[in-house]
Each structure stands twice: as structure tokens, then as C-alpha cells.
Design a protein around this ligand. Structure first.
Ligand SMILES: [Zn+2]
Length: 120
């Protein structure tokens, strides 16, 4: 259930410098949360009915307002913002329920466009 989104989020957390990651839940009603160590502090998501939402909330807490290691612009996750931001957006490579998802950065998309223009 939303496994592809959950996995894409965990992969991006791994690339963001998170040194410990845990996904946990409690029952009645079922509520998921994610937590980890990042930049010397423990960070927690809020509680959600699906693990993907917990992972995406933790991602936003870690990456919103950070700096892209590639283009050095301010980062934001999940939404595309006009202006001088580097936005991590989720793209689906397969629309099955457990399809393959990954995050792509604004500067990676721009790089692709420049590449296509260059080769004409
Ligand atoms: Zn960037």
C-alpha cells in the first residue's frame, strides 16, 4: 500500500544525510510515524494512517529550507514552487499500486533540458 512512495521517500532520506531511520506504528486506530537522526538531532514526523505520509512528512521537515548540494538553491520537497528554489518532486515510472517512484530535483530536470537543447 503506497509502498513505492514509501520506498522513494526512504531512499531520499538516505541521500539527505539521515544517519538513523525508523518507521513505527501503533494500533486502534493504526497510526504510523517516522523518525531518524539528522544533522545531530532527532526528528519525528506527525502520525498518519499510511506509512508513506509519515515518510513524506519527515522528508519535508528535513529538506524544506535546506540547500541543494548540486545547485545550492533552497530546497523544498513535494511541491513545485515558483522562483529560486530547487524542488524535490515525486515522479512515477509505473502507475501500478506498488509502482516505481523516485524523487527528481528541479536542477536535474533543468540539466536534462539543457542536454536536449544541446544535442538539437
Ligand atoms: Zn538543485
Amino acid at each position: 500500500m503506497l509502498l513505492g512512495r514509501t520506498n522513494a521517500g526512504i531512499a531520499l532520506l538516505g541521500h539527505s544525510g539521515m544517519t538513523r531511520f525508523e518507521l513505527a506504528y501503533e494500533e486502534n486506530p493504526i497510526q504510523w510515524w517516522a523518525e531518524g537522526n539528522w544533522n545531530g538531532t532527532r526528528v519525528f514526523s506527525q502520525k498518519f494512517p499510511y506509512p508513506a505520509m509519515a515518510v513524506e512528512d519527515l522528508l519535508a521537515r528535513v529538506l524544506n529550507g535546506g540547500q541543494c548540494g548540486r545547485c545550492h538553491r533552497t530546497t523544498v520537497v513535494g511541491i513545485i514552487v515558483d522562483g529560486d528554489y530547487c524542488c524535490f518532486t515525486l515522479v512515477a515510472e509505473d502507475l501500478d499500486d506498488d509502482g516505481k517512484y523516485r524523487y527528481i530535483r528541479t536542477c536535474e530536470v533543468e540539466g536534462d533540458e539543457v542536454g536536449r537543447r544541446g544535442t538539437g
